[in-house]
Write a protein that binds this ligand. Structure first.
Ligand code: 8Y7
Length: 264
C-alpha cells in the first residue's frame, strides 16, 4: 500500500501535494502512477494528518483535499484506492468518488462511522490507537501491550460484524506509533503472530516512523534501511499489507522475503 498524504503537515510527505490549500492533482496522479509502476497494489489517500501532536481537521477541509484527488485517481489508475479517514462523511464521499477501501486509524469509533462503513460495503482496516494524535505519545500505558491491542481489535471486529460488516471485509492493524513507546512498538512487532493467528489479514505501517528514528537517531529522510528491516520482519511474521512511502525498495524486500518463506 503506497501512501499519498494530501496534508500540509504529515511528518514525512506533508505539503508535497498542496498549494494554497488545494491539491495539485497532476502531481498526485503522477506520484500514484510511479508507486504503482514500482509495485504498489493499493494507494492510501489521506487528508488528515495523524502524526503525534497534529491538530484535527474539519470535515469540509478534509473533503476538499481528498475528493478531487480520488476522482482523478479513479480515472487514472486501476489499483484499489483506500481512503484514510475517520469521518463518516468523508468515507461516503470518497467511496462515491471511487475509493474501495476504508483505512480508519480510529477503528470506526467516530460518530456514524461504523454504520456508514457497513452501508458502503467496502473492506475496512481497523487500527488500534491509544488516545488522540494531539496527546497520544504522552506516557502511553498498557497492562500487556500485545494482549491489550489484540483484545481491542477483536472487540472492534465483533462490533463490525454486529453492524453487518462481514469478517471477510475486515483487516486489523496494531497501529505502530499511535500511543506507543519504542519498547511497546517493538513488542507489538515481535509478537505480531498474536494478531496473524486471528486469521484476519494484518496491515503494518512502520514506514519512516519515529520508532526507527529512535533506534537509529536519524531524521525522517534517513530511515529507509530501517523501514525495510521492519517491513521484512512484518512480512516474515505473516503481515498481509505493508503501508509504505518507499514502494520500490519495499517491494524488493517483500519479494525476496516471500521467496525465502516459500522455501522448503
Ligand atoms: C498508519 C496509518 C498512518 C498505520 C494504518 C504515517 C494513516 C502516520 N499510519 N494507517 N496511517 N496503519 N492502517 O506514518 O500504521 O503515515 S499516518
Amino acid at each position: 500500500m503506497g501512501i499519498l498524504n494530501i496534508t500540509p503537515d504529515s511528518f514525512s510527505d506533508g505539503g508535497n501535494f498542496l498549494s494554497a490549500g488545494s491539491p495539485d492533482i497532476s502531481r498526485v496522479v503522477e506520484t500514484a502512477q510511479e508507486m504503482i509502476s514500482e509495485g504498489a497494489t493499493m494507494i492510501d489517500v489521506g487528508g488528515e494528518s495523524t502524526r503525534p501532536g497534529a491538530e484535527s481537521v474539519g470535515e469540509s477541509e478534509e473533503l476538499e483535499r481528498v475528493v478531487p484527488v480520488i476522482e482523478a485517481l479513479h480515472k487514472a489508475i486501476a489499483v484499489p484506492i483506500s481512503i484514510d479517514t475517520s469521518k463518516a462523511g468523508v468515507m461516503s464521499a470518497a467511496v462515491k468518488s471511487g475509493a474501495s477501501f476504508i483505512n480508519d486509524v480510529r477503528a470506526l469509533q467516530e460518530e456514524g462511522a461504523l454504520e456508514c462503513a457497513s452501508k458502503l460495503g467496502v473492506p475496512v482496516c481497523l487500527m488500534h490507537m491509544q488516545g488522540e494524535p494531539r496527546s497520544m505519545q504522552h506516557k502511553p500505558q498498557y497492562d500487556d501491550v500485545v494482549q491489550d491491542v489484540k483484545s481491542f481489535l477483536l472487540k472492534r471486529v465483533r462490533d463490525c460484524e454486529a453492524a453487518g460488516i462481514p469478517r471477510g471485509n475486515i483487516v486489523i492493524d496494531p497501529g505502530f506509533g499511535f500511543g506507543k513507546s519504542l519498547e511497546q512498538n517493538l513488542s507489538l512487532l515481535k509478537h505480531l503472530s498474536e494478531l496473524v493467528s486471528t486469521g484476519l489479514p494484518v496491515l503494518v505501517g512502520v514506514s519512516r516512523k519515529s520508532m526507527i528514528g529512535a533506534i537509529l537517531d536519524e531524521p525522517v529522510d534517513k530511515r529507509l534501511y530501517g523501514s525495510i528491516a521492519l517491513a521484512t520482519a512484518a512480512c516474515l511474521a505473516g503481515a498481509s499489507i505493508i503501508r509504505v512511502h518507499d514502494v520500490e525498495a519495499t517491494r524488493d524486500a517483500v519479494k525476496v522475503t516471500e521467496a525465502l518463506m516459500h522455501a522448503t
